[in-house]
Design a protein around this ligand. Sequence first.
Ligand SMILES: Cc1cc2nc3c(=O)[nH]c(=O)nc-3n(C[C@H](O)[C@H](O)[C@H](O)COP(=O)(O)OP(=O)(O)OC[C@H]3O[C@@H](n4cnc5c(N)ncnc54)[C@H](O)[C@@H]3O)c2cc1C
Length: 234
Amino acid sequence: MGVAVLQARLVESHLIAPEVRHFTFDVPEVEQLPYLPGQFVSFSRDFEGKRITRAYSTASAPNGNRFELCLNRVQDGIFSPWLFTMEPGHTVDMKGPLGYFTWRHPVRDSILVATGTGIAPFRGMLTAYLSGGGEQPITLVYGVRYEESLLYRGEFEELARNYPNFRFVPTLSRPDDGWTGARGHVQAHVMEIIGHRRDMDVYICGLKLMVDDVRGRLKEIGVDRKQIVSEKYD
Ligand SMILES: Cc1cc2nc3c(=O)[nH]c(=O)nc-3n(C[C@H](O)[C@H](O)[C@H](O)COP(=O)(O)OP(=O)(O)OC[C@H]3O[C@@H](n4cnc5c(N)ncnc54)[C@H](O)[C@@H]3O)c2cc1C
C-alpha cells in the first residue's frame, strides 16, 4: 500500500530573509498530522505535463493539523519558485511527513550543524526537545554568509537564554566589520567544539558539499558513523 496523498493548504507565508520564506500549511482532511520533528513532507505537482516531486523539511513541532516550512527560492528552479507564488487557500499534493532525520534515542550530548535553510528541521526538533524538558547539552552551529540571512535568529537566541543546556553558535562566512560572533565556515567550529570527545551525536543538514565535508572530517577523527545523522538537500 502506498502512502496516502493529502492536500496541504497554505495558511500564510512571509519573507524572513532575502529569497527565503516561512510557510504555514494545514491539512483540512485530518485533525492531527502526526510526525516526528525533523521529518519532511513530499510535495508533488504537474509542471508542463510532467509530475515533479520535492521534499521539504518540517520547520515546526507537531501542532494539530498544521506544519511549517522554510524554503529558499532556487534561481531557475522548478518547484521552489512556484511555492513562492502560492496564495493563502491554495493547495498542493502532499505525502508524509516521512524520513529518519529525527532525534536518536536516548538523545545524547549533541551538535546540530546547519547551513542556510538546512536550519528548518532543527527548529522543530529543538523546540520539541527543549520545551519537552530535554536536558542533554545541545549546541547548534549555524552558518550563513551574511547576518541578514540568519534565519530564526531571535528564536534561537531566546531558546539559549531560557535553556542553559542549549548553546547557539551562529557563524558568518562574509561578516561585516560590526559582527562580533563566530566567523568562517561551520566545519571549523564543529571540530573545535567536539575537541577530543567521541561520545557526542552530530546531526547535519544542508547542501551535499557541506554535509559530506563535515561527515568526512568527523570520520577522520574517529567519530563512529552511527553517531552522525544527516540530511542532504541536493
Ligand atoms: C529531505 C529533503 C528535505 C529538504 N528540505 C528543504 C527545506 O526545508 N527547504 C528548502 O529550501 N529546500 C529543501 N530541500 C530541497 C528541495 O527539495 C528542492 O530541491 C529545492 O526546493 C529546489 O527545487 P526546485 O524544483 O526549485 O529546483 P530544481 O530545478 O530541482 O533544482 C535546482 C538546483 O538547486 C539546488 N538546490 C536544491 N535545494 C537547494 C536549496 N535549498 N538551496 C539552494 N540550492 C538548492 C540543487 O543543486 C538543484 O540542482 C530538501 C530536500 C530534501 C531531499
